[in-house]
Design a protein around this ligand. Structure first.
Ligand code: IDP
Length: 143
């Protein structure tokens, strides 16, 4: 199995609900190690840049407004198949479709306020991790 890294964001709704620790416990129980972390109030520019791939989508402005509505908790997770494993833990984008026991099923209120972000592929993971973390801020087993 491939030792991978992925970018995870606990979004403003979940930070406001005070469930950072509960979400971290799910990562750890699933074998994902938190190898970097920072709490941050994103600027509009940072949120727009992070979600630039969605710029043309009708929900883009609402998504940016939501992501800057409060602080987020940003982490790099490391583990075997970390990208897919984190997506499994997160559940479907719309919490109405998320499988029972997933983070979004348990903590998300709507497709806008859906608790967590997770990279969806190796290339995006690399870009997204570099968007928020310098190499010296990541303390994992993978070089
Ligand atoms: P993902 O977060 O599950 O990877 P993406 O399709 O990459 O989903 O969309 C990024 C984020 O944009 C979602 O997490 C959600 O917050 C928001 N989003 C996606 N689709 C919609 C929509 O149809 N309406 C409102 N917000 C959406």
């Amino acid at each position: 199995m491939a030792l991978e890294r992925t970018l995870s964001i606990i979004k403003p709704d979940a930070v406001a609900k005070n469930v950072i620790g509960e979400i971290y416990a799910r990562f750890e129980k699933a074998g994902l190690k938190i190898v970097a972390a920072k709490m941050k109030q994103l600027s509009r520019k940072e949120a727009e840049g992070f979600y630039a791939v969605h710029r043309a989508r009708p929900f883009f402005n609402a998504l940016v407004e939501f992501m800057i509505s409060g602080p987020v908790m940003i982490q790099v997770l490391e583990g075997d198949n970390a990208i897919a494993r984190n997506r499994e833990l997160m559940g479907a984008t719309n919490p109405k479709d998320a499988a029972p026991g997933t983070i979004r099923a348990d903590f998300a209120d709507s497709i806008d306020a859906n608790a967590v972000h997770g990279s969806d592929a190796a290339e995006t993971a690399k870009t997204e991790i570099a968007y928020f973390f310098a190499a010296t801020e990541i303390h994992g087993d993978r070089s």
